[in-house]
Design a binder for this molecule. Structure first.
Ligand code: SAM
Length: 240
């Protein structure tokens, strides 16, 4: 845990005692539930801290801690799985209003238990596909931030995620080695869905040799109603 605490410091995140305990409980639940359902292939404590917790928090490479701490920003995590990056972000930035979306209900049962055990507030789980919720008025263009990690390539993700973002909000995609290549291929999808690439950041996760490539896309105009296309198409036939 000491190494995780100091890696967080390198990201300028000072964990409180309560936050350290929350990460410990999250780890314990993840390992316990992972015996019954497929949540993660990474189970060793230090690896979970680096590859799941720290990686999730590296959002601060493209968004200021000040903005994450200050205002009550709404954040949607598309394809959250076992809660990455949404839960670590909520633990560190409790002012965020978090929505965790996934098409696999079993994972949301796990997340509801995490939310209850960690006494997290202003956080909900939503079961369904991004293609369907992206057309729903209650979700479409309702979020300041949309994040997604390890769900699809950037072209498909842009179609799945940008419809959720308010104009002037941001979609942040967590990538690694293939990030630059995916970005090159996703130009048309990003612009068709109303986005403009604002910034990319390449870095190593603190204290590790894990390379990361973070892409921050600003929503500059409304997404046309034709996107997202029907379920399955964004990943089967990415816009290009
Ligand atoms: N984001 C997590 C992470 O980084 O560990 C989970 C990644 S897991 C490889 C991909 C997750 O995305 C799965 O839980 C899957 O059910 C979900 N998913 C895939 N396509 C989706 C879609 N169209 N809408 C909602 N969830 C989706």
């Amino acid at each position: 845990m000491e190494r995780f605490i100091s890696a967080c410091k390198e990201l300028d995140i000072e964990l409180t005692k309560e936050q350290v305990l929350a990460f410990q409980s999250y780890y314990d639940l993840l390992i316990r539930w992972n015996e019954r359902m497929n949540l993660t292939s990474i189970t060793e404590f230090e690896e979970v801290c680096n590859k799941h917790f720290l990686d999730s928090l590296s959002l601060v490479k493209v968004l200021s801690i000040h903005s994450l701490k200050g205002q009550k920003l709404s954040l949607l995590d598309v394809g959250t799985g076992a809660g990455f990056p949404g839960i670590p972000l909520k633990i560190c930035f409790p002012n965020l209003q978090v929505t965790l979306l996934d098409s696999l209900n079993k994972r949301l049962t796990f997340l509801n238990e995490v939310i209850e055990t960690l006494c997290l507030k202003d956080i909900v789980t939503v079961h369904g596909r991004a293609e369907d919720f992206g057309k729903d008025k209650a979700y479409r263009e309702q979020f300041d931030l949309c994040v997604s990690r390890a769900v699809a390539n950037l072209s498909s993700l842009s179609e799945l995620c940008l419809p959720f973002v308010k104009v002037a909000g941001s979609f942040i995609s967590y990538k690694a080695e293939k990030g630059a290549e995916e970005l090159e291929a996703a130009g048309k999808a990003i612009s068709l869905c109303g986005g403009t690439v604002l910034e990319t950041k390449e870095f190593m996760l603190p204290g590790t040799d894990y390379y990361r490539f973070m892409i921050c896309i600003k929503k500059t105009k409304a997404t046309p109603m034709s996107y997202p296309r029907k379920a399955g198409l964004p990943t089967k036939e990415p816009l290009c």
